[in-house]
Design a protein around this ligand. Sequence first.
Ligand code: SAH
Length: 467
Amino acid sequence: MPYIDYQTMYAIQIRIITVIIAAMKYYIWTSGCQMNVADSRRVASALERLGYDPTRQAENADVIVLNTCVVRQSAENRALGRLSSLRPLKKQRPDLVINLMGCLVGVKDNPKIRKAFPYVDVFSAPSDLKPLIQYLMHSRRPPISDIETKADRIIAESDLTMPKNGKNRSVSAYVSVIHGCSFACTYCIIPYRRGVERSRPICEIEAEVRALAGQGIHEVTLLGQIVDRYGNDIPDGPNLSDLLRAIHPIDGIKRIRFLTSHPHWMTNELIETVAELPKVCEYVEVPIQAGDDDVLKRMKRGYTVDEYVRLICDLREYIPGVSIATDIIVGFPGETEKQFQRTYNLLADLRLDVVHLARYSPRPGTLAYRRMDDDIHESEKMRRFRAIEALQTQISKDIHASYIGRKVEVLVKGKRHDRWKGRTRTNKLVFFETPEDRLGELVSVKINWAGAWSLRGTPFLGMSGEP
Ligand code: SAH
């Protein structure tokens, strides 16, 4: 008998598993932050390694994964609604495998959820693929030996692989670089559900980005709940600048982004690194949450309005043309009309590019939930929300209008109807028409139309680049 090494044996066994379950289908529903999008990509790759094919209809799937978010009650309700809608399907087809994943489950054992949804087969914490993969391997006939090691392998390999994608090939990918969060803002449930901060080693991230680049990925967005704290949990560890420098030289990668930043950890070194490295885009997401010092203190955000304003000035000074996104919560407990007005006025002054707006939602377990009264009426929260929404729509329109007549560099990410769509380095959405296939390319586009949410233009042959 010829000698077969372990690697080959492993490949043959996986192939056998693949053949046995040929034509099995998976369906993934993803809600919430980009980290869940990144995790769903890993789940999809792992399932494809096991021989499953994607389907767009949950009813046709043999495995259904719900990757959930609970950051606000509305997100939790959506996840619960989706979960309940699967009950009849499971009754009809008992061998359907349902995997509940993400923040509805959390990192700690959650007996309440297990009891409430007995028809769920597998519960898994955010980013944890192992329970599903092991479950699927356990249920195989004939039985598979050494499941633990094989599951680890499949998971490690799926980190390095892009799954099949419907219409468009993927050009961009999210890569989580820190899991969890150790920074307890009083309103936020995420640290309770995602556990303490854990930075991934640079070499592992580098290998992942290199592998993705090899599969046609041209843009990576590095993710962390507080991405600028990258490395803080590793003694003498690297920081985000070191990480950016490590992945910058990777061939095939044309653009690098990172999010979300916390104002306190956006150091001068990081700002200089963004300014210096050509592939790192001039785009930052740095939430302020509120424009009033008292509210910020009660949110335990760890900075003042003045410090935030200084940071915005520094960003604009050192990174010319920088585009800035922020997050705002309106109706935090005790937020007075005056305090809300300060937030409104600050946004009117700063004229940031994007504002992600949320109405305060009390989250069980958080400090705000336990110690503060949710005393702003829902209709008042809505009024404040609408006021900032109207302000920001006008600001975005004005900023977009300033693009008219300019040439911008667009990374083409796909097609909508007969138009190509892509993003500028500053993350503005651009549509343009051309008969040629420009997917994955950097195209120079001259902008001739601007709305509140997107730009349109014509491709421009010649030198690309934003002014
Ligand atoms: N760790 C990141 C992202 C947190 S979740 C950060 O610190 O920015 C994304 C956004 O949801 C937050 O920035 C915040 O604006 C909003 N958010 C979090 N908890 C919330 C709550 N209880 N009610 C309303 N909005 C909330």
